[in-house]
Design a protein around this ligand. Structure first.
Ligand code: DAH
Length: 366
């Protein structure tokens, strides 16, 4: 037997005898690793003259291949054995009783977000998202609130310690409006999206929590006007509250990112001491309740998002999801939304088997 044959048969018998994957790996290193014996033989080729190399190389290459093949084959065998052993110890007790019923419930915020996604999908809106840890530019500057803008003060912003590399300060987004900018920049126009998500402000009482939920709407296209906004909001609110008796009042307002800006109020009646949506707020015994902010997207915002405001225009709106849930399902303290009290969740939660659909009703009770 030549020297190489001896090495090969020795390697093959040791590989065949390897007890487990660790032992096999140690053998791989011993033969084929950087300092391995077979690797060492391969290195000798470099020092030979061309004739000698041509003569010796095929046998050394073949040895390397044979050892590699033996390692791979043994690895397959050991892995299969390991899996067998694991399957033999993992058992499933099929005699355990099934739970009596669904245990958890869908949180009203998730429910309302699902309802809104369903309603807006029917109107041709896609769902967009953006980061909750946002930079100053998207949250404020690109929305026409430069550094010194007084509207910034109204946002009670949670800022991160100033460590940002480019000087763009990081913060917890105070509204979902930055998703408008991100979507226009990423996708161009036309745009038809809603953006639901968490937002943060340093504020806390019965109707304010430091984290709450908003849903943003954005439509950008050619020749979009306030009429489209009003129709969209009316259609959405009628579907959401499941009544045609919704009367809106559009009130001139101001947001830096819209021009003109409108606040939208909805008429309600007082029935047995409770507010019930419906009818004009001007009727006797009725009132108006502020529901959401909206307007025609300011051309500065369209420009900063990389689109030509002479070609593209549109409308946007932002509404509090928690507030919509309270109005529709009758909770009166926002803080309970985030207490995680199972009794509250059992009472106000929804069945996970009841997906909101337009045909089946978007507000089925658990
Ligand atoms: N971002 C505003 C806020 O959180 C709400 C809002 C108002 C959003 C008007 C809009 C809008 O898109 O057009 O207070």
């Amino acid at each position: 037997m030549s020297e190489l044959e001896t090495i090969q048969s020795d390697a093959e018998s040791r590989i065949a005898a390897a007890a487990d994957l660790n032992a096999l790996e140690a053998l791989r290193v011993e033969f084929l690793g950087k300092q391995g014996s077979v690797s060492g033989l391969l290195k000798t080729l470099g020092k030979m003259n061309p004739e000698e190399r041509q003569e010796k190389a095929p046998a050394i290459q073949a040895l390397r291949q044979a050892v590699a093949d033996a390692l791979a084959a043994k690895k397959d065998v050991l892995e299969a054995a390991e899996l067998e052993a694991r399957l033999a110890t993992e058992t499933l007790d099929l005699t355990l009783p099934a739970p009596e019923g669904a245990r958890g419930t869908v949180h009203p915020v998730s429910q309302v977000m699902d309802e809104l996604a369903e309603i807006f999908a029917d109107l041709g809106f896609a769902v967009a998202t953006g980061p909750e840890i946002e930079d100053d530019w998207y949250n404020f500057t690109a929305l026409n609130m430069p550094e010194s803008h007084p509207a910034r003060a109204m946002h009670d912003t949670f800022y991160f310690p100033d460590t940002a590399p480019k000087g763009g300060r990081m913060l917890l987004r105070t509204h979902t409006s930055p998703v408008q900018v991100r979507t226009m920049m990423a996708e161009g126009a036309p745009v038809r999206i809603i953006a639901p998500g968490r937002v943060y402000r340093s504020d806390s009482d019965a109707t304010h929590t430091p984290m709450f939920h908003q849903i943003e709407g954005l439509v950008i296209d050619r020749d979009i006007h306030l009429g489209h906004l009003k129709w969209t909001l009316e259609t959405f609110l009628k579907a959401f509250f499941e009544t045609d008796d919704i009367v809106l009042r559009l009130r001139p307002s101001y947001f830096p990112f819209t021009e003109p800006s409108v606040e939208v109020d909805v008429g309600f009646a007082i029935v047995k001491g409770k507010r019930v949506l419906g009818g004009s707020g001007d009727a006797p015994g009725h009132g108006w309740m502020e529901l959401l902010g909206s307007g025609m997207v300011n051309r500065r915002v369209i420009e900063m998002s990389g689109l030509d405001p002479d070609e593209w225009q549109g409308f946007a709106f932002g509404v509090g999801v928690d507030r919509l849930a309270m109005l529709k399902y009758g909770m009166d303290d926002l803080r309970a939304f985030f207490d995680g009290d199972v009794r509250w969740l059992q009472h106000y939660g929804f069945s996970a088997y009841d997906q909101p659909t337009l045909s089946g009703g978007v507000g089925a009770r658990a």
